[in-house]
Ligand binder design. Sequence first.
Ligand SMILES: Nc1nc2c(ncn2[C@@H]2O[C@H](COP(=O)(O)OP(=O)(O)OP(=O)(O)O)[C@@H](O)[C@H]2O)c(=O)[nH]1
Ligand SMILES: [Mg+2]
Length: 444
Amino acid sequence: MFDVFSTKIQGIFNKLRKKGLLTKDDVSATMRELRVVLLEADVNFKVAKEFIGKISEKAVGAEILKSLDPAQHVIKIVKDELIEILGGDIPQVKIESVKSILLLGLQGCGKTTTTAKLAYKMVQKKRRPLLVGADPYRPAAKEQLQILGKKINVPVFVEGKTVIETLEGSLAYAKEHKCDCIIVDSAGRLQIDALMMNELKLLKQRLNPEECLLVVDGMTGQEAVNIASTFEKEIGISGIILTKLDGDARGGAALSIKMVTGKPIKFMGVGENIEQLEPFYPERMAQRILGMGDVLSLIEKAEESVNSEEAKSLQQRMLSQKFNLEDFLSQLKQIKKLGPLDQLMGMVPGFNKMSGGMKVNEKQLGRTEAIINSMTRLERKKPDILNGSRRKRIAKGSGTTVEEVNQLLKQFEQLKNMFGSLTKQGNKSNMLRGMSGGVPGFRR
Ligand SMILES: Nc1nc2c(ncn2[C@@H]2O[C@H](COP(=O)(O)OP(=O)(O)OP(=O)(O)O)[C@@H](O)[C@H]2O)c(=O)[nH]1
Ligand SMILES: [Mg+2]
């Protein structure tokens, strides 16, 4: 996410760190570089100007330049200001208790997908949402919502000739079927027009939603910001959902939208799949951008995706010296469930592409899996029996080489030893630490 921007900003800081003491000129040069990076990321120029202005003012303070580690101070100032422009401390959408949500936005921005993603989050919290398709124009729109609803086992209401008819019907349906939240997906238009705005105003008036969320396509940069300004002015929104941030969105929209529209980003879409919607936390995002990681989101993701019973028993096996290649395979599968590796690695502190970091190798993870899959059950349980001819057979079966098989076995042995020493120290290992440390795809 925002890879180019993030890499460049980290590059500037790395240069700064190497300097030791800083002069006023050093700080000005850094500010100039920062400004260019912001503009290249398509940040609104007024926002960029204000951002640089505030940082410069704070960074040239005498006590900072004379401090022991001035670079660290400057980075801290940038981080704080970054948090501020990303929205500061914003109230999150209360997935546990919100009763009504209306989603708005232009055509193709991701409304319908996001409607289902929100419902999925609620289902995970044991709630009973109702999806409402307030799009009487496009027949395929209803069907799309119905398919998504079926996938997550959530009822969908699409009847009615006008949006108000649909809304009235859905309110009655929700009451009758004891649904505890209504999520309304509205029709998209190619561009903002009076008809659309009027219809949305009516919908909003009738529903009086707790959250009126505007969905905007993060790939469109400043255009997203303009759209958000118009919707805020015409209809009034409670927040923004920025989608498609998994693509090559440069970051400009995320970094300007709050300052320009006054409305915070509440969620971000990071993929087409149902679970790829993350709450937006300005502080965590600033940390990710600056390569400081986002451990909290990573842990939340792990808790959501990994079956906790399974995780517990795996952890026990790890610490009990019974850990075998079969367990290793299920560990790999759990990691894959968390999502694409490069998205995950951005959340790991200290992992940044500039410093070379660890090479995330999704392909290698797949090869590791193939190797273990080519073993018999007995071999997985007792890797000691893997002699030369067995290793050759496994390499052939998995389309890899004997060296790769050897390497995997060596790494597995190391991992097992690591767990052994953890147990001896009486240190209850943290599941995540164990998981990432021991997987070949995560190695240097
Ligand atoms: N990569 C990626 N694709 C997304 C994301 N959100 C939505 N999409 C894709 O964007 C396309 C349009 O999504 P929809 O949910 O149908 O958009 P919509 O706003 O409901 O469109 P209309 O109803 O026609 O206005 C689909 O192919 C989605 O899979 C996201 O966060 N990342
Ligand atoms: Mg739609």
